[in-house]
Design a protein around this ligand. Structure first.
Ligand SMILES: Nc1nc2c(ncn2[C@@H]2O[C@H](COP(=O)(O)OP(=O)(O)OP(=O)(O)O)[C@@H](O)[C@H]2O)c(=O)[nH]1
Length: 517
């Protein structure tokens, strides 16, 4: 950027209009930016609020669904329990019991199998064909029931079915004899696939998750994670360390323990079973989606900002042009004023001596005679003429003659005059002094000092007829009180001229006053 452009830019800021426009544009820009930011921020906050509600609602509904599944399963187990003789499943009609189990399973597609074990873990009956010689005494649920006397159902960690190889959740109850002694276990295995299928009905993003968990933090199934995540302990997740400690349902945002992704979670604990459902929405995907949805607003706001900046630029450029024009006009005006003043001065000054010229002399004399006519106070005029100046020119040349006149002018300038007096070059080698409010005596005194000053300047003049051979002056004075008849200037000049003639006639180099006035 050129210096002049920088300067004019600064002038814009320093001019009050430029400053006001700049501040206005900046305020407008800030206001639009703030409104846009506030609107977008609100939109994002609403989006988060919606997601939190969705997450909680989904968790609650899925916790209910899981409860229903396990309740149906428990009811089935209770029905099986009723069909088993008091002294234990060993004494049951195994074929008939298996048929009952098969019939029960048919109505419950979420079940992988129904099983009855005796007190040693031997398979007594199943909903499918009973493989001979199978024993499940090593399973966690079997050991659990053998140890715990309570009659409630037990939901275990996910296992792989020995009969089908499928991943299943074991739901079991203890079988007691009439004395409360352990006589076996009834087991239903719930297909993980049933949850997999059910959870796949929900439209969720790739990074979103829906998890069925045991309340000890074990993952039973987590959509969309692979089966390798099943049975993983999430007990260190904020869900278990902080959220569930505070409330059985709620929302929160934390790094998922499964893949360290930040998700917005909703969760709900089952009131009936030790189950928890959590729904988590990938925050970065939500942000991208929100950005995508907000793009029209962002583009609109961006365009608004660009339009404001463009308008601002045009207005400021216009202001700059105006300021530049103003500066140019002011400079031009100042220059013209200076020129005008010089011209005015030049119009009133004599170019050779720098004294007032004839024009100024005439104006000044006329003004003072007018004032004199009003005040009644006299005006004095001294007319002066360089002696034998023709000879001077002839002897020294015209250039020297001009110099001589300049020096005579200098000598006159040094006279002790009042501020109100005026010395002028009347024309040629003639000079004049106007003395407002002067008596004839005072005028004569000043005329004599003028003659003396020129003589003392000692400008050589070898062709003069006078003996000192220096340039001399003759002066004639006249004093007049103005009468405002229009004749005053002529009268006073004639009076002074007459005295000058007398001075010349009397031998030059002297001053004479004409007392006739
Ligand atoms: N160098 C120069 N000479 C001027 C100027 N104005 C007038 N003169 C000359 O001044 C001379 C005046 O001569 P005169 O009017 O005869 O008077 P004088 O020779 O001074 O004689 P007295 O007035 O009788 O003493 C003329 O020769 C003019 O040419 C000027 O501006 N410069």
């Amino acid at each position: 950027m050129k210096i002049s452009e920088k300067l004019s830019g600064m002038f814009v800021l320093h001019s009050s209009l430029g400053r006001t426009m700049t501040i206005f544009m900046l305020l407008l820009l800030t206001a639009v930016l703030m409104v846009s930011a506030w609107t977008l921020n609100r939109s994002w906050a609403h989006k988060l609020q919606d997601i939190r509600s969705n997450a909680v609602n989904l968790s609650v509904s899925q916790a209910r669904q899981a409860e229903d599944t396990f309740l149906q399963t428990e009811i089935t187990l209770r029905a099986i329990q009723r069909d088993i003789p008091n002294n234990g499943p060993t004494y049951a009609n195994k074929a008939a019991l298996s048929a009952v189990l098969a019939e029960m399973k048919r109505g419950l597609p979420q079940l992988n199998g129904l099983f009855v074990y005796d007190a040693q873990g031997n398979w007594v009956a199943t909903a499918a064909q009973t493989p001979t010689g199978m024993n499940n005494a090593d399973r966690e649920y079997f050991l659990y029931h053998r140890k715990n006397r309570h009659g409630g159902s037990h939901i275990g960690h996910v296992i792989r079915s020995r009969s089908t190889g499928e991943l299943v959740i074991p739901v079991s109850i203890r079988l007691n004899d009439s004395g409360g002694g352990f006589v076996g276990v009834a087991l239903a295995t719930v297909r993980i696939d049933s949850f997999r299928r059910f959870y796949s009905y929900f439209e969720m993003g790739d990074g979103d998750l829906l998890a069925l968990l045991l309340d000890d933090g074990t993952a039973l199934y987590v959509r969309p994670f692979p089966d390798s995540f099943i049975n993983r302990s999430l007990s260190s997740s904020p869900l278990f360390t902080t959220q569930l400690v505070r409330a059985d349902r709620g929302t929160g945002t934390w790094n998922s323990a499964l893949d360290n992704k930040v998700r917005i979670f909703g969760y709900a604990r089952s009131g009936q079973y030790p189950l928890i459902v959590a729904a988590g929405f990938d925050k970065s995907a939500l942000w991208s989606q929100w950005l995508h949805d907000s793009m029209p607003d962002l583009v609109l706001n961006g365009m608004l900002l660009i339009v404001i900046v463009m308008i601002g630029t045009v207005v400021l450029r216009q202001v700059r042009t105006n300021v530049e024009n103003q500066i140019e006009l002011t400079t031009l005006r100042d220059e013209l004023t200076t020129i005008n003043q010089s011209l005015q001065a030049l119009a009133l000054l004599d170019g050779l001596t720098g004294l007032a010229n004839r024009r100024q002399f005439d104006i000044f004399l006329a003004q003072n005679l007018k004032r004199s006519a009003i005040s009644g106070r006299p005006v004095g005029l001294i007319m002066m003429d360089v002696d034998f100046f023709k000879r001077y020119n002839d002897t020294y040349g015209h250039v020297a003659g001009d110099n001589c006149l300049r020096r005579v002018g200098e000598a006159l300038k040094n006279l002790p005059l009042r501020q109100t007096d005026l010395i002028a070059r009347y024309g040629g080698e003639e000079f004049a002094i106007v003395l407002p409010d002067a008596t004839p005596d005072a005028a004569l005194r000043i005329a004599q000092s003028a003659v003396e000053a020129v003589r003392e300047a000692a400008i050589p003049h070898k062709s003069t007829a006078l003996k000192d051979e220096v340039v001399t002056l003759s002066a004639g004075c006249f004093v007049l009180v103005g009468s405002d008849t229009g004749q005053d200037a002529q009268l006073i000049k004639e009076g002074a001229d007459h005295a000058l003639y007398q001075a010349k006639h009397n031998g030059r180099n002297r001053a004479v006053v004409n007392e006739a006035g």
